[in-house]
Design a protein around this ligand. Structure first.
Ligand code: NAD
Ligand code: ZN
Length: 369
């Protein structure tokens, strides 16, 4: 069965290959891109020894010159200091305009490697090899690349679409179960946006998915990615429908920021934000109880956190003010009329806060606490 997908963007269209045990094919495909006999692989210190070193070795055996550049794992390293060090190492290696950059790792690696590819020598060919569930279902597709500033996440960036994406679910065997769980929250989000059956599939096979069973993953990952690929094909630069991919993220980002990006993974925060949005959608958009339960069932089966109301401190709501997706005095929030029927609503900030507070049973402003 062929699971491959494509992102349709005219001349910049590209394929997404789903390849369990795909490391040999990966090497062959990278070889095909290396027109000047050189390739740069960017990875982190966890994924390097596990996978990227193997790719570098097999490319060298095929006669390529390979720079394998790594940086310490984790979000704190997704910054301009790391980018500068990588630029320097690329130049020392003798990078030219046709040297492909392979981003081999999770979303941090993909975002940073893509940013290097977007900017070095005004743009180099870029290949995404995502190795976390989050990066496989979400960040590797769509061309958003970038790094963080001390002032906030992803404040520097570009759109730079990859030449192709190769997803090998076998790589997920070495990923911690909590990372898998958090990544699957994004798959639930995609199901809520467009595919009710995907939600049921996740709910029924949650244990196998959490245990990185490749057959189960192959039933879920391509479907989840197909939704993102379709949305990006319609709206590359987020002028319209792409904004619906932020479902659960307005409050999710606020939860994440409120705990200083420690103690709550991004996907866990999204699960909390999604659960809150389901409540708001029930009261404002007429989302049915049955639809809400179908989405919650997938989150519950994955054992994703549900305690959004208890965690809804005034400081979380204050964070909503800082979200860069907001416009003026409104909060841009994605609500659901039904599964597969999202709507982006600009809600006056105070009204949004009051609504969330009422549902959570907390006071809505830090002044009154
Ligand atoms: N560009 C986009 O559209 C987009 C979308 C969503 C998220 N993001 C970004 O993605 C990032 C989060 O990505 P993430 O959750 O993949 O985090 P991550 O890249 O930090 O990976 C999580 C951890 O898992 C390790 N790891 C990765 N693959 C592994 C494997 N196969 N086996 C063992 N360990 C492995 C990493 O070294 C890291 O320690 C954030 O920076 C976020 O802003 C970008
Ligand atoms: Zn997300």
């Amino acid at each position: 069965m062929n699971y491959d997908l494509s992102v349709d963007l005219g001349e910049r269209s590209y394929p997404i290959f789903f390849r369990p045990h795909g490391q040999d094919e990966l090497a062959e495909r990278v070889l095909g891109e290396a027109k000047t006999g050189k390739v740069i692989i960017i990875t982190d210190k966890n994924v390097g020894p596990l996978y990227a070193q193997g790719l570098a070795d097999s490319l060298r055996n095929r006669g390529l010159r390979v720079a394998l550049l790594d940086f310490p794992a984790g979000e704190p390293h997704k910054n301009l200091d790391t980018v500068r060090r990588i630029y320097e190492r690329c130049l020392q290696f003798g990078v030219d305009r046709e040297t492909p950059i392979v981003g081999f790792g999770g979303g941090v690696v993909g975002d940073l490697a893509g940013f290097v590819a977007a900017t070095l020598l005004r743009g180099l060919p870029f290949i995404q090899v995502p190795t976390t569930i989050l990066s496989q279902v979400d960040s590797s597709v769509g061309g958003k690349v970038g790094v963080n500033l001390a002032e906030g996440k992803n404040l520097i960036g570009a759109f730079h679409q990859p030449k192709w994406v190769l997803i090998d679910p076998q790589c997920l065997a070495t990923l911690g179960i909590d990372e898998r769980r958090a990544g699957l929250a994004e798959a639930v989000k995609h199901g809520a946006l467009a595919d009710a059956d995907l939600l049921d599939e996740i709910a029924q096979n949650a244990d196998a998915l959490l245990n990185a069973d490749v057959d189960s993953l192959m039933k879920v990952l391509p479907r989840a990615v197909a939704i993102k690929a379709e949305v990006v094909s319609q709206d590359e630069e987020e002028r319209g429908v792409r904004a619906t991919l932020n479902l659960g993220h307005t409050l999710g980002h606020a939860f994440e920021a409120d705990c200083g990006y420690r103690g709550l993974r991004h996907g866990e925060a999204v699960a909390l934000g999604l659960r809150a949005i389901l409540q708001i959608s029930r009261s404002r958009m007429g989302l049915s109880l049955r639809a809400e339960e179908r989405i919650s069932a997938a989150l519950d089966a994955l054992d994703l956190p549900s305690s959004w109301a208890e965690r809804m401190r005034p400081s979380v709501l204050d964070r909503v003010d800082l979200d860069k997706k907001n416009l003026g005095t409104s909060v841009r929030v994605v609500l659901l009329r039904d599964i597969g029927d999202p709507v982006v609503v600009a809600m006056p900030r105070d009204e949004f806060k009051e609504q969330v507070s009422a549902l959570a049973g907390v006071k809505c402003s830090s002044e009154v606490v």
